[in-house]
Ligand binder design. Sequence first.
Ligand code: FES
Ligand SMILES: [Fe+2]
Length: 346
Amino acid sequence: MINLLPEFWYLATLSSALTVGRAVPVTLLEQELLLVRAGDGAVHAYADRCPHRGMRLRHGTCDGEALQCAYHGWRFRLDTGRCTSIPALTETDMIEPASFGLRVFPCREVQGNIWVFMGTQTDPSLLPSVPRVPGFDLAAPQISATMRFACEADVATMGFFDPGHPAFVHTSRWWKHKPATSLRPKEKTFEPDALGFRMQRHHLRHGANPYRLLGRNVHVDVTIQLPGLRIEHIQGDRHSACVLAATTPVTATTTDVHYRLYWTMGWLAPLKPLARWMTREFLRQDQEIADKLDASDAPYPPAMFVGDADAQIRWFVNVKKEYIASRSEQRPFVNPLRDQVLRWRS
Ligand code: FES
Ligand SMILES: [Fe+2]
């Protein structure tokens, strides 16, 4: 199901990757972009092509006020993307540089991440809100990891809500002992939620080790949203934590998978290197299995979604189909899901 969904916010990079005076090239949904932090701290995203003759702006210079193209020196204001100077013109040319400009994409900095809206809509009042984890408004993530997967975005996204795979793929000593030999029956209640669904808040009885750091009485809820977002909110009696997982299609068959961990346990700072290693290890295991799944040079059998264990994947596919249909038929999206209890072993 290869469909790059436009008109969504996509996580592009970490806030810390953008410093004044250094433009950062990225590719999102097959579109080459240039991300820039202006001297006033604001962040901006532009199509990485000069409107004059198509030079990539990444080869030019950026001084916190303007970008200058490497080819003929046209300058562009960072805040509007409009051209301010065309060095080769004389007074006899009755040409207004500001009539030329870069293609600007809406760009926001939220909770330590840079998000870009990949669509045609640029009116701020008509843009959807940028995804957020609850309760960490001014915080940057304590742990962040991004890895590039050699698969289409949906395959990477399905790993976010595929309860049948962790016992076989995420088999580290620190995460779950005795892989696949200690599967327990699970029962979770789900409800439709905006462009996706939500695993309702539930008490964590047999939590994996890291969850115990939050205290007793730990509750979890998980929200899944198009285009490829998973937000897990974990609340204990002493602390809370959130895990934001987001997929960003680079091309139709290459995907950046981002994990961002937020927590309130200040005393955990010395353990950050270990937590970072664990997060990367977790992501690497998914990356490795996606690599093995790649069948680009072999016939690929149609995917099966079997039983409740695969129900969330089936739902995601259905929500996406309905979203695409609603857009092409120019009608409101109607979430096809209903409240449901799922049972599986994991
Ligand atoms: S291509 Fe950029 S100034 Fe000519
Ligand atoms: Fe996984």
